[in-house]
Design a protein around this ligand. Structure first.
Ligand code: CP
Length: 294
Protein backbone atom coordinates (compact mmCIF):
# COMPACT_ATOMS: atom_id res chain seq x y z
CA UNK A 1 0.00 0.00 0.00
CA UNK A 2 1.59 3.29 -1.10
CA UNK A 3 -1.01 5.69 0.31
CA UNK A 4 -3.79 5.50 2.91
CA UNK A 5 -6.67 7.12 1.04
CA UNK A 6 -9.63 4.81 1.58
CA UNK A 7 -10.70 1.82 3.63
CA UNK A 8 -12.67 0.39 0.69
CA UNK A 9 -9.82 -1.71 -0.65
CA UNK A 10 -8.40 -2.83 2.69
CA UNK A 11 -8.65 -6.55 3.42
CA UNK A 12 -9.58 -7.81 6.88
CA UNK A 13 -5.95 -8.95 7.23
CA UNK A 14 -4.54 -5.50 6.47
CA UNK A 15 -6.98 -3.87 8.89
CA UNK A 16 -6.00 -6.33 11.63
CA UNK A 17 -2.29 -5.76 10.89
CA UNK A 18 -2.62 -1.99 11.27
CA UNK A 19 -4.69 -2.35 14.45
CA UNK A 20 -2.02 -4.67 15.86
CA UNK A 21 0.68 -2.19 14.85
CA UNK A 22 -1.17 0.54 16.78
CA UNK A 23 -1.36 -1.71 19.83
CA UNK A 24 2.31 -2.61 19.97
CA UNK A 25 3.99 0.48 18.56
CA UNK A 26 6.70 1.72 20.86
CA UNK A 27 9.17 4.54 20.82
CA UNK A 28 10.63 4.92 17.33
CA UNK A 29 11.90 8.49 17.76
CA UNK A 30 15.55 7.66 17.18
CA UNK A 31 15.13 5.65 13.99
CA UNK A 32 12.92 8.29 12.34
CA UNK A 33 15.11 11.34 12.98
CA UNK A 34 15.46 13.67 10.02
CA UNK A 35 12.21 12.68 8.30
CA UNK A 36 9.43 15.19 7.69
CA UNK A 37 5.65 14.88 7.84
CA UNK A 38 3.55 17.71 6.37
CA UNK A 39 0.05 18.37 7.70
CA UNK A 40 -2.00 20.02 4.97
CA UNK A 41 -5.43 20.81 6.36
CA UNK A 42 -7.62 22.80 3.98
CA UNK A 43 -10.62 22.29 6.27
CA UNK A 44 -10.80 22.99 10.03
CA UNK A 45 -9.82 20.24 12.44
CA UNK A 46 -9.00 19.91 16.12
CA UNK A 47 -8.54 16.24 16.97
CA UNK A 48 -7.43 14.78 13.66
CA UNK A 49 -4.76 17.42 13.05
CA UNK A 50 -3.50 17.57 16.62
CA UNK A 51 -3.44 13.80 17.07
CA UNK A 52 -1.45 13.51 13.84
CA UNK A 53 1.03 16.07 15.19
CA UNK A 54 1.37 14.16 18.48
CA UNK A 55 1.64 10.83 16.62
CA UNK A 56 4.29 12.22 14.25
CA UNK A 57 6.37 13.59 17.11
CA UNK A 58 6.09 10.32 19.02
CA UNK A 59 7.42 8.62 15.89
CA UNK A 60 10.32 11.09 15.81
CA UNK A 61 9.18 12.82 12.62
CA UNK A 62 9.65 16.56 12.18
CA UNK A 63 6.30 18.21 11.48
CA UNK A 64 5.65 20.81 8.78
CA UNK A 65 2.61 22.94 9.46
CA UNK A 66 0.55 24.72 6.83
CA UNK A 67 -2.07 27.46 6.87
CA UNK A 68 -4.02 27.95 3.65
CA UNK A 69 -4.68 31.65 4.29
CA UNK A 70 -0.94 32.35 4.64
CA UNK A 71 0.11 30.11 1.75
CA UNK A 72 0.59 30.69 -1.96
CA UNK A 73 -2.88 29.23 -2.51
CA UNK A 74 -4.02 32.83 -1.89
CA UNK A 75 -2.13 33.59 -5.16
CA UNK A 76 -4.06 30.89 -7.00
CA UNK A 77 -1.77 27.87 -6.54
CA UNK A 78 -3.68 24.60 -6.95
CA UNK A 79 -3.95 21.69 -4.52
CA UNK A 80 -1.81 19.56 -6.84
CA UNK A 81 0.98 22.18 -7.11
CA UNK A 82 0.90 22.77 -3.35
CA UNK A 83 1.27 19.06 -2.66
CA UNK A 84 4.00 18.66 -5.33
CA UNK A 85 5.84 21.55 -3.65
CA UNK A 86 5.87 19.76 -0.29
CA UNK A 87 7.12 16.63 -2.02
CA UNK A 88 9.84 18.63 -3.83
CA UNK A 89 11.14 20.30 -0.67
CA UNK A 90 11.54 16.98 1.09
CA UNK A 91 8.38 15.97 2.94
CA UNK A 92 8.48 12.20 3.47
CA UNK A 93 4.80 11.86 4.34
CA UNK A 94 1.75 14.01 3.60
CA UNK A 95 -1.40 14.18 5.73
CA UNK A 96 -4.21 15.92 3.84
CA UNK A 97 -7.76 17.06 4.63
CA UNK A 98 -9.79 18.85 1.98
CA UNK A 99 -13.48 19.69 1.43
CA UNK A 100 -13.53 18.06 -2.02
CA UNK A 101 -14.97 14.51 -1.86
CA UNK A 102 -12.60 13.36 -4.61
CA UNK A 103 -9.30 15.14 -3.94
CA UNK A 104 -7.51 11.81 -3.56
CA UNK A 105 -8.15 10.93 -7.23
CA UNK A 106 -6.24 14.00 -8.38
CA UNK A 107 -3.14 13.05 -6.39
CA UNK A 108 -3.15 9.24 -6.49
CA UNK A 109 -0.60 8.10 -9.09
CA UNK A 110 1.10 11.52 -9.30
CA UNK A 111 2.77 11.78 -5.90
CA UNK A 112 5.42 9.32 -4.81
CA UNK A 113 5.59 9.98 -1.04
CA UNK A 114 2.87 8.37 1.10
CA UNK A 115 -0.35 10.37 1.44
CA UNK A 116 -2.83 9.86 4.26
CA UNK A 117 -6.43 10.96 3.82
CA UNK A 118 -7.37 12.92 6.96
CA UNK A 119 -10.84 13.66 5.59
CA UNK A 120 -12.27 14.11 2.09
CA UNK A 121 -15.47 16.18 2.00
CA UNK A 122 -18.43 13.78 2.30
CA UNK A 123 -16.28 11.00 0.85
CA UNK A 124 -14.15 9.17 3.41
CA UNK A 125 -12.38 9.58 6.74
CA UNK A 126 -10.29 6.41 6.86
CA UNK A 127 -8.11 7.21 9.90
CA UNK A 128 -11.22 8.02 11.96
CA UNK A 129 -12.59 4.68 10.84
CA UNK A 130 -9.45 2.83 11.92
CA UNK A 131 -9.40 4.43 15.36
CA UNK A 132 -13.08 3.57 15.78
CA UNK A 133 -12.38 -0.04 14.79
CA UNK A 134 -9.53 -0.06 17.32
CA UNK A 135 -11.90 1.23 20.01
CA UNK A 136 -14.52 -1.41 19.16
CA UNK A 137 -11.90 -4.16 19.17
CA UNK A 138 -10.60 -2.97 22.53
CA UNK A 139 -14.13 -3.34 23.87
CA UNK A 140 -15.37 -6.54 22.22
CA UNK A 141 -12.20 -8.30 21.01
CA UNK A 142 -13.69 -9.00 17.56
CA UNK A 143 -16.17 -7.64 15.03
CA UNK A 144 -18.02 -10.64 13.64
CA UNK A 145 -21.74 -10.49 14.38
CA UNK A 146 -21.60 -7.21 16.31
CA UNK A 147 -24.61 -4.95 15.73
CA UNK A 148 -23.42 -1.44 14.96
CA UNK A 149 -26.01 1.31 14.49
CA UNK A 150 -24.90 4.58 12.91
CA UNK A 151 -27.22 7.50 13.66
CA UNK A 152 -27.36 11.02 12.34
CA UNK A 153 -26.45 12.96 9.24
CA UNK A 154 -25.50 9.92 7.13
CA UNK A 155 -25.97 11.81 3.88
CA UNK A 156 -23.16 14.28 4.56
CA UNK A 157 -20.90 12.01 6.63
CA UNK A 158 -17.50 10.82 5.41
CA UNK A 159 -17.22 8.83 8.65
CA UNK A 160 -20.35 6.79 7.83
CA UNK A 161 -19.07 6.02 4.33
CA UNK A 162 -15.76 4.67 5.65
CA UNK A 163 -17.44 2.72 8.45
CA UNK A 164 -19.93 0.92 6.24
CA UNK A 165 -17.16 -0.48 4.13
CA UNK A 166 -14.71 -1.44 6.89
CA UNK A 167 -17.29 -2.81 9.34
CA UNK A 168 -18.74 -5.04 6.61
CA UNK A 169 -15.25 -6.26 5.73
CA UNK A 170 -14.75 -7.16 9.39
CA UNK A 171 -18.07 -9.06 9.60
CA UNK A 172 -20.16 -6.65 11.70
CA UNK A 173 -23.88 -6.01 11.03
CA UNK A 174 -24.36 -2.35 10.16
CA UNK A 175 -27.64 -0.42 10.49
CA UNK A 176 -28.49 3.21 9.87
CA UNK A 177 -30.93 5.16 12.01
CA UNK A 178 -33.56 6.75 9.84
CA UNK A 179 -33.58 10.54 10.04
CA UNK A 180 -35.71 12.21 7.36
CA UNK A 181 -33.54 14.13 4.89
CA UNK A 182 -30.32 12.42 6.00
CA UNK A 183 -30.70 9.09 4.19
CA UNK A 184 -28.17 8.00 1.58
CA UNK A 185 -29.94 5.63 -0.81
CA UNK A 186 -26.63 4.79 -2.54
CA UNK A 187 -25.53 2.82 0.51
CA UNK A 188 -27.12 -0.61 0.79
CA UNK A 189 -27.73 -0.58 4.55
CA UNK A 190 -31.01 -1.31 6.41
CA UNK A 191 -32.65 1.62 8.21
CA UNK A 192 -34.08 1.27 11.72
CA UNK A 193 -35.49 3.76 14.23
CA UNK A 194 -33.42 5.24 17.04
CA UNK A 195 -35.54 3.34 19.57
CA UNK A 196 -34.86 0.04 17.78
CA UNK A 197 -31.15 0.88 17.56
CA UNK A 198 -30.90 1.53 21.30
CA UNK A 199 -32.47 -1.83 22.14
CA UNK A 200 -30.52 -4.05 19.75
CA UNK A 201 -27.10 -2.51 19.11
CA UNK A 202 -23.77 -3.35 20.69
CA UNK A 203 -22.29 -0.11 19.37
CA UNK A 204 -24.31 3.06 18.89
CA UNK A 205 -22.31 5.45 16.76
CA UNK A 206 -23.70 8.97 16.73
CA UNK A 207 -22.85 11.49 14.03
CA UNK A 208 -22.78 15.26 14.08
CA UNK A 209 -25.18 17.22 11.90
CA UNK A 210 -22.83 18.58 9.25
CA UNK A 211 -24.32 22.07 8.96
CA UNK A 212 -21.37 23.27 6.87
CA UNK A 213 -22.28 20.78 4.10
CA UNK A 214 -25.98 21.69 3.89
CA UNK A 215 -25.52 24.66 1.55
CA UNK A 216 -27.99 27.50 2.07
CA UNK A 217 -30.67 25.35 3.73
CA UNK A 218 -30.38 25.82 7.50
CA UNK A 219 -31.34 22.66 9.39
CA UNK A 220 -33.56 23.25 12.42
CA UNK A 221 -32.26 21.20 15.36
CA UNK A 222 -34.84 22.28 17.94
CA UNK A 223 -36.66 18.91 18.20
CA UNK A 224 -33.81 16.69 16.92
CA UNK A 225 -32.74 15.27 20.29
CA UNK A 226 -36.26 14.26 21.23
CA UNK A 227 -37.05 12.72 17.81
CA UNK A 228 -33.75 11.14 16.70
CA UNK A 229 -31.07 11.75 19.31
CA UNK A 230 -29.81 9.82 22.31
CA UNK A 231 -31.93 10.95 25.25
CA UNK A 232 -31.59 9.67 28.81
CA UNK A 233 -34.75 7.59 28.29
CA UNK A 234 -33.34 5.89 25.19
CA UNK A 235 -29.94 5.29 26.80
CA UNK A 236 -31.72 3.34 29.58
CA UNK A 237 -33.01 0.90 26.93
CA UNK A 238 -29.50 0.02 25.76
CA UNK A 239 -28.01 -3.36 26.63
CA UNK A 240 -25.66 -3.38 29.64
CA UNK A 241 -22.59 -4.02 27.52
CA UNK A 242 -23.46 -1.58 24.71
CA UNK A 243 -21.24 1.43 24.10
CA UNK A 244 -21.77 4.92 22.71
CA UNK A 245 -19.35 6.35 20.16
CA UNK A 246 -19.12 9.67 18.31
CA UNK A 247 -16.26 10.91 16.10
CA UNK A 248 -16.77 14.45 17.52
CA UNK A 249 -17.03 17.36 17.60
CA UNK A 250 -20.30 16.74 19.45
CA UNK A 251 -23.33 18.97 19.17
CA UNK A 252 -24.34 18.56 22.81
CA UNK A 253 -28.11 18.31 23.34
CA UNK A 254 -28.67 17.74 19.63
CA UNK A 255 -27.50 14.21 18.73
CA UNK A 256 -26.84 13.34 22.39
CA UNK A 257 -28.01 14.62 25.77
CA UNK A 258 -25.03 16.47 27.24
CA UNK A 259 -25.25 14.32 30.41
CA UNK A 260 -24.42 11.21 28.36
CA UNK A 261 -21.29 12.54 26.62
CA UNK A 262 -19.07 11.29 29.45
CA UNK A 263 -21.33 8.58 30.91
CA UNK A 264 -19.92 5.14 31.76
CA UNK A 265 -20.84 3.61 28.39
CA UNK A 266 -19.48 6.53 26.36
CA UNK A 267 -16.18 5.94 24.57
CA UNK A 268 -16.08 9.40 22.95
CA UNK A 269 -12.88 10.62 24.63
CA UNK A 270 -11.38 7.13 24.45
CA UNK A 271 -11.76 7.35 20.67
CA UNK A 272 -9.72 10.56 20.67
CA UNK A 273 -7.07 8.99 22.89
CA UNK A 274 -6.88 5.98 20.57
CA UNK A 275 -6.46 8.29 17.58
CA UNK A 276 -2.82 8.92 18.46
CA UNK A 277 -1.78 5.25 18.60
CA UNK A 278 -3.76 4.33 15.50
CA UNK A 279 -2.31 7.20 13.47
CA UNK A 280 1.16 6.17 14.66
CA UNK A 281 0.38 2.65 13.47
CA UNK A 282 -0.81 3.82 10.05
CA UNK A 283 2.21 6.08 9.49
CA UNK A 284 4.64 3.44 10.67
CA UNK A 285 3.00 0.90 8.34
CA UNK A 286 3.23 3.22 5.32
CA UNK A 287 6.79 4.36 5.97
CA UNK A 288 7.97 0.80 6.51
CA UNK A 289 6.22 -0.32 3.29
CA UNK A 290 7.91 2.45 1.38
CA UNK A 291 11.24 1.50 3.01
CA UNK A 292 11.97 5.15 3.77
CA UNK A 293 12.42 4.09 7.35
CA UNK A 294 13.65 0.61 8.09
N1 CP B 1 -13.39 13.61 14.24
C1 CP B 1 -12.79 14.59 13.56
O1 CP B 1 -12.40 14.44 12.39
O2 CP B 1 -12.60 15.74 14.29
P1 CP B 1 -11.86 17.04 13.77
O3 CP B 1 -12.70 17.63 12.66
O4 CP B 1 -11.72 17.94 14.95
O5 CP B 1 -10.52 16.62 13.22
Amino acid sequence: MQHFLSVRDLSANTIETILKQAEVIGDTREQNKGYFAANLFFEPSTRTKMSFVVAERKLGLDTLDFHTEKSSMTKGESLYDTVRTFEAIGADLLVIRHANDNWCNELDGNISVPIINAGAGKGEHPTQCMLDLYTIKQEFGAFKGLNVAIAGDIKHSRVARSHVSALKTMGANVYFVDVPGFRDENLDIPYITMDEACVMCDVLMLLRIQHERHGDVAYNTSSYLEKYGLTIERERKMQNHAIIMHPAPVNRNVEIDTRLVECSRSRIFKQMENGVAVRMGIMDYLLAERSVIV
